[in-house]
Design a protein around this ligand. Structure first.
Ligand code: COA
Length: 230
């Protein structure tokens, strides 16, 4: 008697399992959220930039002009929608707590800086300092396949709660989404944030004990380039 084994089984080619689904850091429910920049974040991002980098801004425009630097920065960022895509905003319990700017290869958008406007907020002396600062920090080119953490700042009242780490995790995620294989940043050698970056897996790949121009423009010339493979 012939046995009925049913239809022949066709061997399936081996397929690797799909990679585990990874939600973007800051997208899960909880007190800490990370989202893209929106129009109502302009003032916060400007204040964050100036306050988080107060040593550089004080050196550039003078201590008495810091509020003018925030206003100038907000005004120019407000006009420059073409750079908003770079920013991620960290929210803590619904309040703006931190900001980070990422740049990828080929992103050459520039903020709309207007000298006359800067003069009205900062005077001639402060504007000159700001232009020098801009020249010294804007020169980083981003090689193909890499992501540059242009700047990261957390409001002083929110520091030490893991917000910086969450933003750095988000930077890794976004960089991978863009197909990058490494991510890098520049940091002042004496900045405590070096510890955070080391914990996040970054290593020092370049030490710069820079030129007189850097010292004059930034108030410091001693920086590390730190990089991480993704
Ligand atoms: C660096 C910074 C973004 C970290 O944000 P955060 O939410 O406090 O970070 P986390 O809570 O995830 O991690 C704590 C780590 O942040 C760093 N950090 C904390 N306060 C800092 C400060 N005032 N300045 C610099 N780094 C600081 C330290 O590495 C700290 O770890 P440690 O206590 O072991 O030294 C934030 O402190 C900041 O805005 N600092 C001023 C701006 C700045 O220096 N930005 C980096 C320039 S490259």
């Amino acid at each position: 008697m012939a046995l009925d084994y049913g239809p022949p089984v066709v061997a399936q080619p081996f397929l690797p399992p799909p990679p585990p689904y990874q939600p973007a850091p800051g997208s899960e429910p909880g007190p800490l959220q990370v989202r893209n920049m929106e129009a109502h974040d302009v003032d916060f991002v400007a204040r964050m930039l100036v306050e988080a980098f107060s040593d550089k801004f004080e050196h550039a425009v003078g201590k008495s002009r810091m509020e003018g630097a925030v206003k100038q920065s907000a005004s120019s960022l407000g006009r420059s929608r073409n750079v908003w895509h770079r920013y991620r905003i960290a929210m803590y319990e619904g309040r703006q707590a931190g900001a980070m700017a990422l740049r990828f290869h080929g992103d050459s958008a520039e903020e709309d800086f207007q000298c006359g406007e800067a003069c009205s907020y900062l005077g001639c002396w402060g504007t000159r300092g700001l232009i020098c600062l801009g020249c010294a920090v804007d020169g980083t080119s981003v090689p193909m396949g890499q992501c540059y953490v242009d700047h990261i700042g957390v409001d002083a009242s929110f520091r030490g709660r893991g917000i910086g780490k969450m933003l750095m995790d988000r930077a890794d995620y976004d960089a991978r989404q863009h197909g990058c294989t490494s991510i890098f940043l520049w940091v002042k050698q004496s900045n405590r944030a070096v510890h955070l970056y080391e914990r996040q897996g970054y290593g020092i790949t370049e030490t710069v004990n820079g030129s007189c121009f850097m010292r004059c423009a930034l108030g410091s010339a001693d920086f590390y380039k730190m990089q991480k493979q993704l």
